[in-house]
Design a binder for this molecule. Structure first.
Ligand SMILES: [Zn+2]
Ligand SMILES: [Zn+2]
Length: 118
């Protein structure tokens, strides 16, 4: 947990250094803050991809509440391994960074397994 906070603080430092360059433009800053609530497209690409047949038969997607067919593309949440339709979880995670079922938060450490300090 501490490493997560450390990484977050590092990101904040990095962000602060970046926003200094755009100090004359407060709008840029608020856009950045909004994007922090969800994952970037690059991060979404890194989620483990499987198909419906790798899930339990009859699994439902908690985002659209529809059944996940065995041929449908599925993405898994790192950490809890809950699966959803790939297109549903992409939309969800672009606005939130938590699993819709168990609320585990997908932090930067999921995408950077080498726990480097700054
Ligand atoms: Zn769905
Ligand atoms: Zn979950």
């Amino acid at each position: 947990m501490t490493s997560v906070i450390l990484i977050y603080v590092c990101l904040l430092c990095y962000d602060a250094a970046n926003t200094n360059n755009a100090s004359g433009n407060p709008e840029l800053r608020s856009v950045k803050r909004v994007q922090k609530n969800g994952l970037s497209a690059a991060e979404l690409e890194k989620l483990p991809k499987v198909t419906g047949e790798d899930l339990l038969p009859g699994s439902d997607c908690a985002v659209c509440l529809d059944e996940i067919g065995s041929e449908q593309p599925v993405k898994l949440i790192p950490g809890c391994n809950h699966g959803f339709h790939a297109e549903c979880i992409d939309i969800w995670l672009s606005k939130n960074s938590a699993c819709p079922i168990c609320r585990v938060v997908i932090g930067p450490d999921f995408f950077d397994p080498t726990e480097n300090q700054c």
